[in-house]
Design a protein around this ligand. Sequence first.
Ligand code: IVH
Length: 719
Amino acid sequence: MYSPDQQRELYELSKQILFSPEAPLGDAGEAAERVQELRSVIRFHEWKYYVQNDPVVSDSEYDQLYKQLENLERHFPDLVTDDSPTRRVSPDLTGEDVPLVTHLTPMLSLDNSYDAEDLADFDERVKKLCGLPKDAVVEYAAEPKFDGGTIVLVYENDKLARAATRGNGAMGDDITANMRAVRSIPLKAAFSKHGITTVELRGEALIRKDVFEKVNARRQANGDVLFANPRNAATGGLRMKDPRETAERGLEAFIYQLGYATDEVGTNAIGNFETHRQMIDLLESLGFKTPSMTTTATGLQPERIVCQGIEAVAEFCTQWQEQRDKYPYEIDGMVVKVNSLELQARCGYTAHHPRWAIAFKFKARQATTRLRDIEFQVGKTGAVTPVAKLEPVALAGVTVQNVSLHNEEFIRSKDIRIGDRVLVERAGDVIPYIVKSFEELRDGSEKPVVYPTHCPVCNSVLVKPADEAIWRCENAECEAQVLQRMIFHTSKHAMDIEGLGESTIERFYKLGWLHSIADLYRLDYEKIARLEGFGEKSAANLRKAVDKAKSNPIYRLLHSLSVHHLGQKSSKLLAAEVENVFDLQQWPLERYQQIKDIGPVLAKNVYHFFQNEHNIDLLRTMESLGVNLAQTPDDQKPQSVEGGPLSGKSILFTGTLTTLTRELAEQQATAAGATLAGGVSKNLNILVVGEKAGSKLKKAQALGTVEIWTEEEFLTKLS
Ligand code: IVH
């Protein structure tokens, strides 16, 4: 239907519109033009999304376009035409050989809101529509906006009579047989006890995130195409040819709305209810899966609440935005509904949505943009990482323009080219990444990525160790590596020198003041004080911070040296074993391997580091500048308490403790003079076993030298 050229043009036009600040509300001529543009791009995106199942913009980008069109049509009613995408309730039906079902009441969409301010505006509108004073407190119900496939269920005489997809809002595809296979949908429900003969329910068919992973794993094993997300798997599941396949997909259905109800003579029975909450409570009591008011999953907010006033709603929505990733189902926002049905009736409807409800959309986690270029960055250990330079794009509240592409294989497997349009995602706390590139939007000018053979900074030949995915620059003196090592050296987890962050180090480096990390300890503070943006005070503070770092425990220093794989934890293990960092110069390779939790690769890396004259010289210079290289109390294992009941014993806890938390038990053990062991070995004296103890217990039993105590025994020994 759309040629590749047309697709590209419409995509470009969408992006142009999204990037231009405001819809032109002033000028009718300009508005007419923009309305035409918006309609053509929205139609295109609806076709991509609903017909092809392969959208080229993110949901939120589509929403923004749709909103702009709505806005313009509101301001210029003359521009409204019947064929505008805003004039139909929803997109095309699939029209694929299944019977159609006419809904008893039209299934509308929801208006969107994005922050507390939008919600406050909604609240104001509601009060106006209801004829309430500005300071009235409206009662709202709020619940998750489930991100699956919409379903409409009709029960007649207490039996599931029909099930349909949302379709175009007026009619949907008949999916009765498939929905009968979904266990959370009751086939019978005692509506008649409540004076209801015919009822229409709305809900969402979903696949739990963990079930989705399993479904995809099974498909991978069978060589089937994988689903992109749980929603696609769920909406696909609605339309299976064989209901057994729907059942296999593990669909569940949440019911969130009772849209229509009549009694035996066909009289409206919605009047039996006063609030949205009462309707959902009834559905819950009849055995439907509804959002729960008492969710049991630890630490999560309830799924639905009723609250007084919009501020409480906003608070609930924000809390959900934060816990979204911990929830077992995909949701893309919250839905806020006026609780009173009487007030709902006063609010009424637009052609598109009820005026008494609004969706609170979570910040978008996906967006599309253009990949302008790829830069190859050299890290502190010489790893060369390709980084995509993107046209800046807003994602979950931050602007993203640099995204790591990890390694060559990542680029190859996704066929990413310079100039491509790409889909970027930033989920939860996860760093942003590129989901895919859009092949259909290419115009031929895109360039395949040429992986460098030489270091982009020092030009030495790159090497790829057989067991790694990454190319490396092996020149330890490479300027990029030296700089990155300095930046890492002063960072929070390493020497933690406040005031010596990335930009300051880069600045000093460019001034020629820094050649190695030793130079960080012989800065000329008088010169620094004269730099723009510094002054006496900042220079003095910097000196203080650097002086303080000089007496850091040696585990920090070891960590700060950028030995590949030497993290803070293994640095602590090493620090506990030496009186002075220079002791390591004498250690043979085997000595490292005797330390539990230090693997062969790390052992080799540290060994080589301390065999290298350059590195020893560097450490000597640092020592002469006042940097501490001797073990400090912080570097030693927790000291055993002389004379305590467990004095001189090493102890380990395993399994689930019932009286104490693990942390408390460990505290009490060390307070009683014991040292905490890292694992079961010949050196272990006591193993305290809680419930469901596993391999550690077996190992201790096998050794035969370890005392095995229950939690109770441990507690008696302490008293
Ligand atoms: S109420 C009359 N509540 O969101 C409006 N809808 O844009 C009835 N959705 O496809 C909608 N969770 O399927 C409502 N808790 C919830 C919802 C919800 C998801 C979906 C609905 C529709 C879309 C509305």
